[in-house]
Write a protein that binds this ligand. Structure first.
Ligand code: ADP
Ligand code: MG
Length: 248
């Protein structure tokens, strides 16, 4: 099976600091890949390179076996890659629908110049509600996002990514700020996206969540991939020791 997304020989430096040092990684359709590692391991750097926030110094990214160039967030979006950052990047004063379409408003008619097209407000609202319903993100109120609970906000952010990601959804610590019940909902959401055939990359420190939803785990340390295994009760201790690292 050709992976949906593959990273080969990824290198990234920040001056003298090594962010990524020859990282290879693959993720398939209908698969959840956990990206693990202690602080400073390079997880966010890797994600940023996949979402176009940073550009690799060396190495390449492939989709469906073909080399692609991702230099801006727009490049990643066009390839069907959406990222949910840890801070969610939601506009608190806006409704879910406005958040979904911020920066990519649906407007028409298409033959008019962009600047004078009319926003398709109704269409955006309906599509947003349909996506939230499909993913079973239940909101009692579709008012400003700032009034929602942490879990609901996370739900809106993940649903937004799901709505536009045709291939890959990347999540940075999706349950870090959530309680048990809210985490449960987000984990269910991740499993639903997997069922839909998306490829998911999830950064998480919550080992129980990783054990539950990840099909595979890649462990990074100091910019390198130090291990790759299937999370299970048997491999739990090994994963933890790879994350922590032996012998300094
Ligand atoms: N913009 C930056 N400028 C300088 N150093 C950076 C920058 N971003 C990340 N780094 C460094 O790169 C390394 C990897 O960081 P990061 O990818 O954020 O790790 P993680 O997300 O796994 O905690 C760290 O040493 C970090 O200090
Ligand atoms: Mg990070």
């Amino acid at each position: 099976m050709t992976p949906v997304l593959a990273v080969r020989g990824a290198e990234k430096r920040f001056g003298a600091v090594v962010g990524l040092d020859g990282v290879d990684l693959e993720v398939n359709a209908g698969e959840v890949l956990a990206l693990l590692g202690d602080n400073g391991a390079g997880k966010s750097t890797l994600i940023k390179c996949l979402s176009g926030a940073l550009a690799l110094d060396r190495g390449m990214i492939e989709m469906d076996g073909r080399r692609v160039s991702i230099h801006t967030p727009a490049d990643a979006r066009e390839l069907g890659i959406e990222t949910v950052y840890q801070d969610l990047a939601l506009f608190d004063n806006l409704r879910p629908a406005d958040n979904f379409y911020a920066g990519r408003e649906a407007a028409g008619p298409r033959w008019l110049p962009r600047s004078i097209r009319v926003l398709k407000r109704h269409e955006m609202t309906v599509t947003t509600r349909q996506t939230l319903a499909r993913l079973q993100v239940n909101l009692d109120d579709h008012g400003a996002v700032g009034l929602l609970s942490g879990g609901q906000r996370q739900g809106v952010a993940v649903a937004r990514a799901a709505a536009f990601a045709s291939r890959v959804v990347i999540l940075d610590e999706p349950t870090a700020a959530l309680g048990v019940r809210e985490s449960r909902r987000v984990l269910d959401l991740i499993l639903r996206l997997r069922e839909e055939g998306k490829a998911l990359i999830v950064v998480s420190h919550a080992m129980d969540h990783v054990m539950e939803v990840a099909d595979r785990a890649v462990v990074m340390r100091r910019g390198r991939k130090v291990g790759e295994l299937v999370p299970s009760a048997e491999t739990h201790a090994e994963i933890v020791s790879l994350i922590v690292g032996g012998g300094g």
